[in-house]
Design a protein around this ligand. Sequence first.
Ligand code: ADP
Length: 257
Amino acid sequence: SKRIVIKVGTSTIMYPNGAINLQQMEKLAFVLSDLKNQGKEVILVSSGAIGVGLARMSLTKRPVTIPEQQAIASIGQTELMSLYSQFFYHYGHQIGQVLLTKDVTDFPVSRKNTVNTFEQLLIKHVIPIVNENDTVSVEELDHLTRFGDNDTLSAIVLELTDADLLVMLSDIDGFYDKNPMKHTDATRFDTITDITEDILALAQDSSTKFGTGGMITKLNAAQIVLKAKKHMILASGEDLSILFRILSGEHIGTLFS
Ligand code: ADP
């Protein structure tokens, strides 16, 4: 597979204390730039706008109101892209920001325009960096405008770009039969071929300090990916060189296929 989508969660690029993990951001830019040099077409879906915005504004927790959260996301998105831009530039690559809303799945014209933008960026050897457009997403749980989480968004991006593989990097190294953060006897699945009701039941919701989502949204993403007859790998983002191993064919984490 030549074209790949990589999704990183907030926990991959932020320290638990709420500060930006510059080592991880630089490593991500390094690994993706090198994969690009190997001839892969790389698309990054990055969370972290709110986390970075909070750090920038010296806040320790999310503001209560949605407009305040949107403002923090706006500040954080700018800072996030500024950092990515500098790190990718350092490794010789240009990035392009793509902010999406649910319009891309609801309106064929929006969809077509988005597909065209991705295509042109990739033709020009640019690395698209995607996030949800929080400014126009009216409310947190507004399913009319919001995907609500970047897990689902990254599966949509896989479809829009007709990539084969979605690599979802998380704070967990795969999908387990129970939440491994709470149960020491949890065992990891190597491969999942179908997202059944029984499988969904194994994904108790979780929420990190800054991120949203948890395992449910990852399974939702997997469902979209499987329906499109494509592949998804859920693996740990702790050591980002794992991407080299995954793309050289090593079976790491949980494969949804
Ligand atoms: P990210 O911020 O990387 O997107 P999340 O914190 O949203 O990651 O989701 C990963 C978390 O989901 C894990 O840290 C774990 O606590 C939780 N989780 C719940 N059920 C499971 C399961 N069955 N297998 C693995 N992780 C699970």
